[in-house]
Design a protein around this ligand. Structure first.
Ligand code: BG6
Length: 489
């Protein structure tokens, strides 16, 4: 049922016509409707330049929900949901257009939640417009999509601009990975299980691997992506957020700022990678043509809208270190790329060898490891060494797998889409799943140093075939430490 603790609100989406709104926001909002999680009088006001009638707008939203998700729309729910939808035709460059929004908002005393699913260069005008119509008060909220800038400097500029209009408690910066069930579960896994909690440090852990492999390519976003690259698109946000949640110390409690304080400490403890060690610590790649699922995939530079001599990376792997007492000496290998063989994200934690006198003569035993599958096939495997049951006085050992799968253990539950959860949290006003300004800035500081060192050193862009696991050097990054990437099937 709708939660009474939530203040009454209207949701205003800038960029309602865009990809994000159609693929993610509207399907998530529809699901929240179905779950009775939307306040009964909430209106969802889409802002855009198109000359749509209300009827056309509703039709477009309905099609988007059907086309971009596997949701089957139910008539009764659609009637309720569509009664909330309004389209407001505004060109954000035209301040006087905002009076149209005022007309819609003025009749209500509800809190306003503004969702900015729109490029950052439009923010200034939107803030001007909202000010003009007196529609940004201290009780309103703003949700911002990544990327927040493309460097420390530009992110500061944007944050300053937003900060002049909204205070930090009103700002909800989205990193959609924080809305995924398996990422949230990292906190319970670590802090509610003593077998993990007591072993979560450099005395027991050998190294950690985090992989976000994507099968998709650029999906019609070439000009955005080419200015961004995989480093800014995936590492600056998703991978660093996963890393900081995985390694943070116990927060005082589960309140937003206490969690975010601990994450920030990790981000600030990341050892800087600079032009002295850049080539030893990072690999950057770009895909060439290849086969995925037996389908011909064009090279990155031959995708639609591409420029042939692009030097942008579509693959990155990094050896990172956290210089604090808990993690000193434990390497964290991060890897992410587009057009890899499968879509798969995982964290693999390798434990140190248990050196003792009993089995030292046996061939080298594999390290114990925990594989946390973030998506798909969400779950967790623990690999341990077991005696093979034989009538043999000798111990013959074998690695076996203990398996937990959400599908099996939580049959009655579905894993909610990240946007369902994040939207709901923003309605609640709870910020723990949103990124604070200082976290973003600490991440950018670390990322800037890598990107600047790449430039300064003219670091090589290595080609890899679409449908493979990235350039050879990515394997070598681990090989030279006597390790290898966890095999993903
Ligand atoms: C987005 C990136 O933030 O995350 C995309 O901009 C990427 O390039 C996407 O494909 C991956 O998200 P998910 O949830 O599909 O792993």
């Amino acid at each position: 049922m709708f939660d009474k603790k939530i203040k009454k609100y209207d949701l205003i989406i800038f960029g309602t016509k865009g990809d994000l709104a159609r693929r993610k926001l509207f399907p998530a909002l529809y699901q929240l409707e179905k779950l009775l999680k939307l306040y009964k009088n909430t209106r969802i006001i889409g802002i855009g330049r198109a000359n749509w009638t209300q009827k056309k707008y509703k039709k477009i939203i309905k099609n988007s929900i059907e086309n971009f998700s596997n949701i089957k729309i139910k008539k009764k729910i659609w009637i309720k949901f569509s009664s909330r939808l309004y389209f407001c035709n505004i060109d954000v460059n035209n301040i006087s257009d905002f009076y149209k929004l005022k007309k819609i908002l003025i009749k209500s005393n509800k809190m306003r939640i503004y969702y900015f699913a729109i490029p950052q260069n439009t923010f200034k005008n939107i803030f001007k417009g909202l000010k003009k119509i007196n529609c940004n008060t201290s009780s309103d909220r703003i949700i911002l999509e990544k990327p927040i800038g493309n460097s420390l400097n530009t992110s500061k500029k944007i944050n300053n601009q937003v900060g002049k209009n909204f205070n930090e408690k009103q700002i909800f910066r989205i990193d959609h990975y924080l809305g995924k069930e398996t990422i949230l579960n990292l906190i319970s896994l670590k802090f509610s299980n003593s077998i993990f909690f007591t072993n979560w440090n450099n005395t027991t852990i050998d190294h950690v691997q985090i992989t976000i492999a994507e099968k998709v390519g650029i999906e019609g976003r070439w000009s955005y992506f080419d200015k961004t690259g995989q480093m800014r698109d995936m590492i600056q946000n998703h991978l660093l957020q996963i890393l900081s949640i995985l390694t943070m110390s116990t927060p005082i409690n589960l309140e937003s700022d206490n969690i975010r304080n601990e994450k920030l400490k990790i981000l600030k403890s990341l050892r800087i990678i600079n032009d002295k060690n850049i080539n030893r610590k990072t690999v950057r790649g770009q895909y060439t043509s290849g086969l995925i699922d037996k389908k011909e995939i064009p090279a990155y530079i031959n995708e639609i809208d591409a420029v042939k001599n692009s030097n942008t990376e579509t693959f990155v792997s990094i050896k990172a270190n956290i210089d604090n007492s808990q993690w000193y000496g434990v390497p964290f290998y991060l890897r992410t790329g587009k057009r890899l063989p499968i879509k798969h994200s995982e964290i693999v934690i390798y434990f140190k060898n248990n050196n003792n006198n009993l089995f030292y003569k046996t061939k080298k035993l594999p390290l114990n490891k925990i594989v946390i599958r973030l998506q798909p096939n969400e779950g967790l495997d623990i690999f341990i060494i077991n005696k093979i049951p034989k009538l043999d006085s000798k111990y013959k050992l074998k690695e076996i797998k203990l398996n937990f799968n959400y599908n099996k253990s939580f049959k009655k539950y579905r894993l909610y889409d990240a946007y369902e959860r994040l939207l709901l949290e923003s309605f609640f006003g709870s910020q723990s799943l949103f990124v604070r300004r200082d976290e973003i800035e600490a991440s950018w500081k670390w990322i800037d140093s890598i990107i600047n060192s790449w430039k300064k050193n003219n670091s090589k862009l290595e080609l890899y075939k679409a449908g493979t696991w990235g350039p050879k050097s990515s394997e070598n990054l681990l090989k030279k430490d006597g390790r290898e990437w966890n095999k993903i099937n």
